[in-house]
Structure formats: C-alpha cells, structure tokens
Design a binder for this molecule. Structure first.
Ligand code: SAM
Length: 346
C-alpha cells in the first residue's frame, strides 16, 4: 500500500458534524459550571449532607470550557446552556457568558438557574449575551418552598422580575412534579403555578421526577403527566384535548384555554424523548456525556490538562457521539453508580 506523508491527510474530515449512530445530529451542549448549589432539593442531591462538591482544582476553568465550546461549535454545536449545581454561585460567571457568546457559531446561549441570585446578575447577564433563561421553582408556598429546597422563595420571585426587566426572553419556569409535596391531592399547586406563569407572561413546564440516584424516594413522589392532566383544576385551564405540540426541545406543549400561551410537560419517565435528542453534556469536572441517565462519560479535563491537541478533543466528541444510546435507561439497581443531577448538571 502506498504511504503518504502525514501532512497529506487533511487534519479534519470534510463533514465534521457530530452525528450519532441513529442519525441524530448533536448540536446542543449543556455545560455544568459547578456542582455546588445554594439549595438542598432532596430529589437533586439526595444524600445532601454527605454530598462532597468537587474541589476547586477539579472544576473546569473558563478558558478550558471556552476551548471546548469553540471546538464543539466547529463540529456543529450551535446551542449552549449553562447549568449546575447553581451556575450563579460560580465566581465571575458573567465573564464566561461573554466568552461563550463570542464563540462563532453559538447562536443560542441560555442558562438554567434557581434564580436566588438573579436579581443581582440579570442585567449583567443580559448585557453579556445571555439570550434565554429557565428558572426552577417548585412551589409558590414559602414554607413548602423552604422545606423542599432549604432556601427562600422571595429572592426567586425577585429574580424572575429582574430577568423580565433585563429583557431576557423568553422566561421558562420549570417545576418538578412531586406527589405529596406540590402535585396530586389537595396540596396540588399545578393550577396555581399555571396562573402565576400566565401573570408573568412566562411559560411553565412541569417535569416528571427522574430516579437519578439511589436513596431517592422516587416511587413515593413520582406522579405522571397523565395523572396531572386528569385533574379538574388543570382541565379548567389547559386544553387537554388539543394535540401535544413539539418543538425541538424535550417538552410537549398544550395550549391554555384562557389567554395566549401554553403549558409544557417534560415526560422523561412516561414518554421517552430520546428520538429527537440532540444533547451532549459537560460536567463541572470535565466529563463529556452523551446521555443523561447513562453512567458513561469521557474525561476531557484530564486530556486538556495533559496538553491534548484540538484534534484529540474533537475525537473525544466523536467518540461520545458514537456512544450515545438510542434510548437512555434509568435502571434502579442498587449497584448503579448513577450520579445525581447536581453533579451531572440538569
Ligand atoms: N441550580 C439550577 C436550577 O435549580 O435550575 C440548575 C441545576 S438543576 C440540577 C436543573 C434542573 O434539574 C432543575 O429544574 C431541577 O428541578 C431538575 N432536577 C434535578 N433533579 C431532578 C430529578 N431527579 N428529576 C427531575 N428533575 C430534576
């Protein structure tokens, strides 16, 4: 066989988009910038008091994250979401937002936050190039909110208002459905949360609880979207007979009966949304994951810190794409070392 000098080979293949084995193009990178959080939601960090956050040195530096985003963008990633942990507890986050907003090819930059610190940062984030924001809020009842999260509701409400004033649009509110806490039975807050979102011209999305880590009382608190849609107070507000509309996100939407707008349902348990999944995830300590509930992840941080080349990083992305399963599976076995959302990044 004829051999050619190395320089003969193009350094990158002609089509360098990240396509997985099931023909899904991976164009969305969710980046956890910290696994620290100022809240203590049981379902997110189940063994809260035992949870050991990564040390400062383990966490990806902003320059490392920017390099990864730049290479990912060259491979077709155009959408980035910053998450955590709580992203706003990381120092100088606005600086990272600016850095990512400046990467050619990234045209959708968003963040998921618990909004406790948003009042302070909303304007700076908007100025830095943050386009959209998702705010997690599981209750409108201050006492219940405190019990569930260990935090206060008032700063979250102030954060929502601040984001609106700063012109960060659209605002989406994400609520995890928890039987016996905020969903089902007489304490169900779904209708009230729908009214609240409408009053703020925000879109609310209800998320089915995922069994992310052993030790979580998933069976006790899981409630399906179907069950929520049977409730008379929900049916009075939501047109449950309309066809569920899909966007390119994981949510399905139903129109509101009054006013304009819709309500979203994210149903990882009752309806897998893997078919159109275009996501990759980067954990705070530099693990590249192609499927939320699967344990497998590839270590980009160590590669970068060992002097890995751009091409070596690209090849890790390609490998992650090839590892992406057709359908993610949440298994309940006790020896599973699945990690909680706080460390993967929600
Ligand atoms: N701290 C930020 C926040 O609160 O939005 C970002 C990280 S948090 C892990 C992202 C989202 O994951 C939140 O909306 C949270 O409710 C959701 N989440 C965490 N654990 C979950 C679980 N077991 N099932 C469903 N959603 C979960």
């Amino acid at each position: 066989m004829k051999s050619y000098p190395l320089s003969f080979y193009p350094s990158r293949p002609a089509t360098d988009h990240l396509i997985d084995r099931f023909d899904r193009q991976l164009s969305y990178l969710r980046i956890s910038v910290t696994d620290r959080c100022n809240m203590r939601c049981d379902y997110c960090r189940p063994e809260a008091d035992l949870y050991q956050a990564e040390s400062h040195a383990q966490v990806m530096r902003y320059e490392e994250i920017e390099r990864i985003v730049r290479l990912a963008a060259e491979m077709g990633v155009n959408k980035v979401r910053i998450t955590g942990g709580e992203p706003l507890v990381r120092r100088d986050l606005v600086k990272l937002i600016k850095m990512i907003a400046a990467v050619p090819g990234i045209d959708d930059l968003s963040m998921t936050t618990n909004a406790t610190l948003l009042k302070k940062y909303a304007k700076e984030l908007a100025d830095a190039g943050l386009k959209r924001i998702n705010i997690s809020m599981d209750s409108l009842n201050p006492l219940r909110f405190r019990k569930l999260t260990g935090g206060e509701l008032a700063p979250v409400l102030a954060g929502i208002d601040a984001a609106m004033e700063a012109g960060i649009e659209p605002i989406k509110i994400n609520t995890v459905l928890l039987r016996g806490i905020n969903a089902g039975g007489e304490h169900c807050e779904v209708a009230e949360l729908i009214d609240f979102a409408l009053s703020k011209q925000a879109t609310i999305r209800f998320i089915e609880l995922m069994p992310m880590k052993q030790g979580m009382a998933w069976e006790k608190h899981y409630i399906s979207t179907d069950e929520i849609l049977q409730r008379p107070d929900v049916r009075a507000r939501v047109d449950v007979d309309a066809a569920l509309s899909t966007t390119n996100s994981a949510a399905r939407y139903l129109p509101l009966k009054q006013g304009q707008g819709e309500v979203g349902f994210i149903m990882p348990m009752s309806e897998r949304f893997c078919e159109g999944c275009n996501r990759l995830r980067l954990t705070a300590d530099g693990g590249l994951r192609s499927c939320l509930p699967e344990d497998q992840q590839l270590n980009l941080r160590d590669l970068i810190r060992a002097g890995g080349s751009d091409e070596a990083i690209r090849s890790v992305f390609r490998r992650a794409a090839l590892l992406k399963p057709e359908v993610g599976s949440y298994d309940f076995s006790s020896d599973s070392d699945k990690r909680s959302m706080i460390s993967i990044g929600g």
